[in-house]
Design a protein around this ligand. Structure first.
Ligand SMILES: Cc1cc2nc3c(=O)[nH]c(=O)nc-3n(C[C@H](O)[C@H](O)[C@H](O)COP(=O)(O)OP(=O)(O)OC[C@H]3O[C@@H](n4cnc5c(N)ncnc54)[C@H](O)[C@@H]3O)c2cc1C
Length: 246
């Protein structure tokens, strides 16, 4: 990537003005996925000085700043197990030290280990200008115009677990599964290889049959049948490992 101009604003309104005021301007989280792109950007807006990092837990409500790194989340002792567990399975520590949760959500990466977990928690995204949007809606429709994600929120699940299948530890998942218990059960399956999807049920006996309600695809890495079998195995593994699911 070639960057013609770079700014690191200390004020959110200023950052937003630069974003909407410069055609083709791009905001940067950790910058590690952006830098892989082969294009020229007229203005790069670094969000590092806006104080958008950190985790706040008030009662059941969890708020995570968009610039919080995956490593900060992984190391946080108050966050749900599925989320911290998913972080541990992403690349190496050097990547997790730089990659942010904001960049991980905004990229809508189909391979994501982060999105299925947040989806199973029914996460809400908070934007500087556009206001609040459910993560599911953002995945399906994107944003009407460019904006800055400031933080995301969800209510703490009673219990949660995450498992991914990776051929090699540092590779992208062939499929991944997140389960959260909160007013029923939410099962989210990602890397199918399309965007993560989530199915919610009230009855505990329905959970193990949920894989049939997801579509799986074939690509050069795995067939749809293989992904479906893996997803079923991961779900059963999660279920058998959790003593208090029921
Ligand atoms: C070698 C490598 C291996 C990886 N392996 C995995 C893996 O196994 N599993 C996995 O889930 N992920 C993986 N990732 C992805 C990584 O975890 C991050 O999701 C990715 O790097 C994006 O985070 P970032 O902070 O670097 O975002 P950036 O690269 O800074 O930005 C990504 C996109 O989000 C936008 N953006 C960033 N922050 C904001 C914001 N606050 N508001 C609005 N828009 C914003 C940017 O404009 C850009 O379009 C890997 C990345 C690398 C480089």
């Amino acid at each position: 990537m070639r960057i013609r101009d770079y700014v690191k604003p200390g004020d959110l309104s200023h950052a937003y003005e630069r974003l909407v005021g410069t055609k083709g301007a791009v905001v940067m989280g950790g910058g590690i996925f952006l830098r892989l792109q082969n294009r020229t950007v007229p203005l790069m807006i670094d969000l590092a000085d806006l104080g958008l990092d950190g985790v706040n837990i008030t009662g059941d409500r969890v708020e995570i700043g968009a610039m919080t790194t995956l490593r900060q989340i992984e190391k946080h002792i108050g966050l749900p197990e599925a989320l911290t567990g998913a972080m541990k399975q992403i690349a190496g520590v050097s990547v997790r030290n730089m990659a942010t949760i904001g960049g991980s959500v905004m990229g809508r990466y189909p391979f994501s280990d982060v999105i299925p977990v947040l989806l199973s928690f029914d996460t809400t995204l908070h934007f500087h200008s556009s206001g609040d949007m459910a993560l599911l809606e953002y995945l399906e429709n994107g944003l009407p115009c460019c904006d800055i994600l400031t933080h995301l929120t969800f209510n703490m699940p009673e219990k949660s677990a995450y498992k991914a299948y990776k051929s090699i530890y540092t590779d992208f998942a062939l499929v991944n599964v997140s389960v959260a218990k909160k007013d029923g059960y939410c099962v989210s399956i990602g890397a199918r290889p399309g965007h993560s999807k989530c199915v919610r049920v009230d009855d505990v006996d329905e959970v193990l049959g949920l894989v049939d309600r997801f579509e799986f695809g074939t690509d050069h890495r795995a067939s749809a049948e293989y992904r479906k079998a893996l997803a079923q195995a991961l779900l059963e593994d999660i279920w058998e490992g959790g003593e208090s699911w029921k």
